[in-house]
Design a protein around this ligand. Structure first.
Ligand SMILES: *[C@@H]1O[C@H](CO)[C@@H](O)[C@H](O)[C@H]1NC(C)=O
Ligand SMILES: *[C@@H]1O[C@H](CO)[C@@H](O)[C@H](O)[C@H]1NC(C)=O
Ligand SMILES: *[C@@H]1O[C@H](CO)[C@@H](O)[C@H](O)[C@H]1NC(C)=O
Ligand SMILES: *[C@@H]1O[C@H](CO)[C@@H](O)[C@H](O)[C@H]1NC(C)=O
Ligand SMILES: *[C@@H]1O[C@H](CO)[C@@H](O)[C@H](O)[C@H]1NC(C)=O
Length: 411
């Protein structure tokens, strides 16, 4: 019976996403990649999925400059619930690990922001489209209306809606249905869909234009793991752009290649710079999954780099693309403001131990031969020089490293 009602509501209520959110790629912190599903707080009180973990990360986001840099969402991932719904069918947070409840966490985030007179820290939460989450907690199937209402009531600002324990054929109807229920709550909630990822995993090309009508951001590839190998496969998937998903990105809608793993165990310094540079070029959400209590200064500096964040947050919201690939060397460009300018990456995926040399030129970057560009290095902002059709600059690109640049059109 509930099922029929939900379907009727969908048929009469279909409409396109218009919640005003994600005008630029969202930025924040998310627990999954680093903290997974550790639920034994007696054994590991500092790292278990608990209100203590999220409050501590919220504190660090404020005290260590992440919030000021733009990282505003603190996102709960899987394993926050009890294994059953309450007597009214509502989701409930695990009572031992979240004794104050989710609403208290949302309140904590807003009070913290008020105390430091900073822009708002926001709370994100996780659920699943199917009958159960990926870690087998209760899923939203048959309960989407109640769950949307619960999240809004708690003061949640973002929802990651996973796709375990379901079938892809239900997704083109079910994901838009949840968007409708979120909209009906009246609370703007940033909607992150895992819908296309489940298509890609099954070898199918998702209908990205339809997805962008319902979702602010969407995962479209395998989960990131804490390794260079994992990072490379994601970058290659985005370079290949099968299904032309890059074209669908724009203010309000972004492809999500998954969390930033900068500051964890798996990447070298150069490889951490690669992730930050490429996530900027790809207009990707910047959702860190790391331990902000214990992070190297060098990693923190990469994450807080204002110049790179500015490229990521460019208001045109155009996703960059790979325009050249030969063996392990790639050139990526992203149109940015002011009109006619680009951010670019020379990417060296090789692990042979010496930097490769590459030329910055108008032809190599497919720029206007008649224009003049001011070229700066993307991390430091230092001036490389003035580029015209006649000039070029040779730079070195380190092994498993990147040269990030900006060519600003000045004439
Ligand atoms: C709901 O959708 C309508 C139109 O599609 C839009 O104007 C409104 O801002 C949305 N509200 C929320 C809370 O997302
Ligand atoms: C992607 O775009 C190219 C042209 O830009 C087109 O030839 C191709 O069919 C498109 N592929 C898909 C899956 O839409
Ligand atoms: C850079 O361009 C110059 C002039 O065309 C050329 O002599 C040089 O070999 C190029 N270097 C690389 C690494 O392509
Ligand atoms: C750009 O430079 C090349 C080689 O120097 C030259 O052949 C070409 O005419 C120039 N193009 C323009 C538009 O100036
Ligand atoms: C190039 O950009 C740098 C950094 O923004 C700036 O200081 C410099 O004046 C610019 N040069 C030109 C020629 O516009």
């Amino acid at each position: 019976m509930r099922h029929v009602l939900l379907l009727l509501a969908y048929m009469t209520g279909s409409h396109a996403l218009d919640n005003g959110l994600a005008q630029t790629p969202p930025m924040g912190w998310m627990s999954w990649e680093r903290f997974r599903c550790v639920t034994d707080c007696k054994d590991d009180p500092a790292n278990c999925i608990s209100e203590n973990l999220y409050m501590t990360m919220a504190d660090k986001m404020v005290s260590d400059g992440y919030l000021d840099a733009g990282y505003e969402y603190v996102n709960i991932d899987d394993c926050w619930m009890t294994k059953t719904r309450d007597e009214n069918g509502r989701l409930q947070a695990d009572r031992e690990r979240f004794p104050s409840g989710i609403k208290a966490l949302a309140d904590y985030a807003s009070i913290l922001s008020i105390l430091v007179h900073s822009k708002g820290l926001k709370l994100g939460i996780y659920e699943d489209f199917g009958t159960g989450t990926c870690e087998d907690y209760p899923g939203s199937k048959f309960y989407m209306d109640i769950d949307a209402d619960t999240f809004a009531g708690w003061g949640v600002d973002m929802l990651k809606f996973d796709g375990c324990n379901s079938g892809i054929s239900d997704m083109p109807v079910g994901y838009p249905l949840m968007e409708m229920w979120l909209n009906k709550t009246g609370r703007p909630i940033l909607y992150s869909c895992s819908w296309p990822a489940y298509f890609v995993v099954e070898g199918k090309i998702p209908e990205y234009e339809k997805i962008a009508e319902s979702c602010n951001i969407w995962r479209n590839y395998y989960d990131i793991q804490d390794s260079w190998a994992s990072l490379k496969t994601i970058i290659e998937f985005y370079g290949d752009d099968v299904g032309n998903f890059s074209k669908v990105a724009g203010p309000g809608n972004f492809n999500d290649p998954d969390m930033l793993i900068i500051g964890n165990y798996g990447l070298s310094y150069e490889q951490q710079r690669v992730q930050m540079a490429l996530w900027a070029i790809m207009a990707s959400p910047l959702l860190m999954s790391n331990d902000l209590r214990d992070i190297a200064d060098a990693s923190r500096e990469i994450l807080l780099n204002k110049n790179v964040i500015a490229i990521n947050q460019d208001r045109l919201g155009i996703q960059g693309s790979r325009i050249f690939k030969m063996n392990d060397f790639e050139i990526w460009t992203r149109p940015i403001e002011p009109t006619g300018s680009v951010a670019f990456s020379f990417l060296n995926l090789a692990d042979s131990g010496t930097p490769v040399k590459a030329n910055i030129s108008t032809s190599g970057l497919e720029l206007d031969m008649h224009a003049v560009y001011n070229v700066t290095e993307g991390f430091s902002g230092s001036v490389v020089g003035t580029l015209t059709n006649g000039t070029f600059f040779t730079v070195g690109v380190n092994p498993s490293g990147v040269f990030l640049g900006k060519a600003t059109k000045i004439a």
